[in-house]
Design a protein around this ligand. Structure first.
Ligand code: PBG
Length: 324
């Protein structure tokens, strides 16, 4: 076996999995104030950005060959409410940002998050009933309005990350009715109730609102793999174009099963906590950042993911382009 490992040329010829900037999606946190930028404590190297900085980030992504960005809004407390009305405001932060980016960078793919958690006063992804339970069908109605608002603003891909039942069918039907025939649905089909979302919730400011609340009544139990297959089967039947597994590294077996079982575009979300772990260890000199990031993301591709949402995207694309 070692003959093929003994020289660089042989290793290159026998390498089975390759990372490429075109496999990456960069998630960004968007601020209202165009001139603002803020560091994110638990995500070293990541910033919340207003439009000015965001447009520079878009330019960098285009130059590096990253095909798409995923937008996550940071909504001020005054715009959060029980019914999350700001989520489908045509003049809201997401539609405005989509329009502004599309004007300057029409070729850059824009993926918007369909979920109510940035907009609810309680930080849940859906609307509550009197007992505090996250209702399904009322939430789906709100998600449909949100998805239509994003599509009308020019989002290429709407990505429901809320884990309500039946939302993909409802969104697909509404998109068709409204003439958005080519809007892609990237469904967060297998989204687990994960502790690895902590830094993200700090970044978008939903952690405090959520308080002691949890998302166990809609996000999946980390113990379940068969159920992930059922979720994906349902979302595909309802009209999802692409499906996502989230988080990525603790769920590589799920990524593998989904890709093998369904052979559809399968994405993985290398989430904030996965990013924070490597960054924190690298900052302390405990790990070599570049090698562990490359290794981790290669493993996600090897498991079967076609594309990866990752906060390492810009750094990784730079390393990959430099080594060409
Ligand atoms: C919520 C949402 C979350 C993430 C993306 N969309 C957090 C949650 O479900 O509480 C997490 C992403 C990350 O951790 O990087 N709709």
């Amino acid at each position: 076996m070692r003959r093929s490992r003994a020289s660089g040329f042989a290793r290159a010829l026998t390498r089975e999995t390759r990372l490429h900037p075109s496999d990456l999606i960069f998630p960004v946190f968007v601020l209202e104030r165009p001139s603002a930028t803020e560091a994110i404590d638990a995500m070293p190297g990541m910033q919340r950005q207003g439009l000015n900085a965001l447009l520079r980030t878009c330019e960098r992504a285009c130059t590096l060959g990253i095909p798409a960005l995923a937008l996550f809004p940071v909504i001020g407390p005054e715009q959060k409410s029980e019914q999350a009305e700001a989520a489908w405001d045509e003049q809201g932060l997401v539609p405005q940002t989509v329009r502004a980016i599309k004007q300057r960078f029409p070729e850059l793919g824009l993926i918007t998050d369909v979920a109510l958690d940035p907009y609810t006063a309680h930080g849940q992804d859906g609307l509550l009933d009197r007992d505090g339970y996250v209702t399904n069908d009322r939430t789906v109605e709100a998600l449909v309005k949100q998805a239509l608002c994003h599509a009308a603003a020019g989002a290429d891909v709407v990505a429901p990350s809320d884990m309500m039942d039946g939302r993909v069918a409802a969104i697909r039907q509404a998109l068709e009715q409204d003439g958005h025939h080519n809007t892609i649905i990237l469904s967060y089909a297998a989204k687990f109730a994960s502790g690895f979302y902590g830094p993200f919730r700090d970044a978008v400011g939903s952690a405090a609102n959520l308080g002691a609340g949890d998302k166990y009544s809609y996000q999946m139990d980390p113990a379940n793999g068969d159920e992930a297959e059922r979720e994906v089967a349902l979302d595909l039947a309802e009209g999802a174009d692409w499906v996502m597994v989230k988080p990525a590294l603790p769920y590589l077996d799920v990524v593998r099963r989904i890709k093998q079982q369904f052979a559809v575009p399968t994405f993985a979300y290398n989430v904030s906590g996965e990013y924070a772990m490597l960054k924190a260890a690298a900052e302390r000199g405990w790990l070599d950042e570049r090698s562990v990031v490359m290794e981790s993301l290669t493993s996600i591709r090897r498991a079967g993911a076609d594309a990866i949402l990752t906060y390492h995207a810009l750094d990784l694309a730079e390393w990959l382009n430099a080594s060409e």
